[in-house]
Structures are given as C-alpha cells and as structure tokens.
Design a protein around this ligand. Structure first.
Ligand code: AMP
Ligand code: ZN
Length: 137
C-alpha cells in the first residue's frame, strides 16, 4: 500500500461518489478502508465505514472509521470539514440498524495511551446490547 493519493468509488444515494484518500502505510484501518485487509463490514457511507470489532466486548461492538486517515479524535475535529459529524451520524445509523438505539448504547473514542488507544486511525466504538457499567475500567 503506498502513501500516495488514491481515488475510490463508493455507492452514494445518487450513484457512485469518488472519494480521495491518502492511505497510510502499515495502518490497519487504512488497510480495511482500502479493502486490502478483510473485515466484516456492516455498512459504508461515502466518507465512513462501519465493521465488527474482532474482539467484541458486548453483543454489539462495531467500529466506525473515516476512510481518510486521522490519527485521533482531536485531529479529526481539527479537520473541520464535517467528517466528525458524519462519523457520529454513522454511529447512530449503526445503533438503529443493530436494534440498540432504543435501549441505549455507548460511543467511545479511546484516545492516547491512558485512553487505551491501540490503533492510531481514529475510530468510534459503538457498544451495546447489554447494560453498560460506570466507571469504565
Ligand atoms: P482501541 O484499542 O480503542 O484503539 O481499539 C482498537 C480496536 O480494534 C480493538 O477493540 C480491537 O479489538 C479492534 N481490532 C483490531 N484489529 C482488528 C481487525 N482486524 N478487525 C476488526 N477490529 C479490530
Ligand atoms: Zn489509517
């Protein structure tokens, strides 16, 4: 996988949408976004993708990522192009599709070492299907 610009075509409401991305070499989630690494994709939008976490912590545990590489939540927020709002909207779409929107669910952005972030491509965990506890571990 190169670091140069890549244009991908994804299904949009009004037909294919062309999205420019800059995959980062050795980034696991860029690899999933580029379909180079397999994942169980549950839904995809022009700028975001949702797939099942490989190590689920609850009956529903789905990750929502931007196709474009942003290392963490702060850098995604700084991009200031509506992508963070798209990501959160997609997280809610996932909750509706999985039937957990009414019972409630948790959206988590682990950030940095103390936050427990292990993949440096920003991702929202959408977790539900059981009662969550607080405080988190
Ligand atoms: P975090 O620790 O917040 O950075 O979250 C990374 C998440 O990615 C963890 O919950 C992992 O279980 C999950 N994960 C790691 N590799 C894969 C993969 N190949 N497919 C799906 N989920 C993955
Ligand atoms: Zn990436």
């Amino acid at each position: 996988m190169g670091s140069q610009e890549t244009t991908i075509s994804v299904g949009g409401v009004a037909g294919p949408v062309h999205v420019k991305i800059f995959p980062v070499p050795d980034c696991l989630f860029c690899g999933i976004a580029a379909s180079e690494i397999p994942a169980t994709i549950v839904s995809s939008n022009p700028r975001t993708i949702a797939f099942r976490d490989i190590n689920p912590q609850a009956p529903v545990h789905i990750l929502v990522i931007p196709r474009a590489h942003h290392p963490n939540l702060a850098e995604l927020a700084a991009a200031d192009d509506g992508l963070l709002a798209d990501l959160v909207a997609h997280a809610h779409e996932v909750a509706l599709a999985e039937g957990i929107a009414d019972t409630g669910y948790r959206v988590v952005f682990n950030t940095g070492r103390h936050g427990g972030q292990t993949v440096d491509h920003v991702h929202a965990h959408v977790i539900g299907g059981r009662q969550m506890t607080w405080p988190p571990g």
